[in-house]
Ligand binder design. Sequence first.
Ligand code: HXC
Length: 260
Amino acid sequence: MQYEFITVNPDAQPGGIAHIQLNRPKELNALNLELMSELKSALQGLDKNEAVKVIVLSGNEKAFAAGADIKQMAGKSAIDMYEVDQFSTWDAIKKIKKPIIAAVSGFALGGGCELAMLCDMIVASETAKFGQPEIKIGVMPGAGGTQRLTRAVGKALAMEMVLTGKFIDAAEAYRVGLINRVVPVELFLEEAFRLAAGVAEMSPVAIKLAKESVLKAFDSSLEEGLHFERKNFYLLFASEDQKEGMQAFVEKRPPVFKGK
Ligand code: HXC
């Protein structure tokens, strides 16, 4: 399928690693409604594609994404925003079962920071800048920034970033636990693919249930989360991959997972 604002390569790296690149470089990958809708449909397609195990989402060296498209939003009324219902796209992306790794270089601001945080892991280049600057244009984060940033970095820093629009660089983002790795700019995509490859070796069915279980920690009590984890743990004993994985351990050989 041909897209206007993104490029999609289902077979970017051996072993089932797909790549989606945000592709509005002149606008620093500002997330207009059309781009988000393309992203949703590309992700849903890759989620259904059995050959794909992990998805890497990147922008370019200068920008992952500088936020929602301010020019597209500027003249809208509250009712326009309500009718457009842009967050249904974000809700659909949240339901993607396969792991998504954000490869961030340059600006990840506003909706761009929120999109990176909607992914499951973040690899950043040394030039990456994360921020929720919506307050500077008279609004506030709307795609999860007040919630996911706070859960990731704690109240003190999240409050400061959301109320002042202050950016943090990659080193600080790493130190406070927002991201998984910081690498030199020329390596950010390669490193994201490397991280993806380490995940893609595992049982696809176990990966999906494990992702779902980790995410459950964000919206459940400990008791409910533990219950959810246990059910998914038991469920994996219905998979061929569990038999294969444990048998391979006993036989001292690498497992061959099928995703069943
Ligand atoms: C629309 C944008 C944009 C954005 C950049 N551009 N960010 N267009 N929406 N969010 C456009 C600029 O208008 C310009 O196009 C071109 O990209 C290059 O940007 P410059 O500003 O010239 O680049 P630079 O001087 O390097 O500054 C980079 C920047 C700045 C610091 C990232 O562009 C900036 O502050 N952008 C806005 C960041 C922001 O406020 N994000 C939050 C948006 S609200 P032209 O054609 O004019 O030269 C949001 C809400 C999320 O995200 C909730 C819903 C999802």
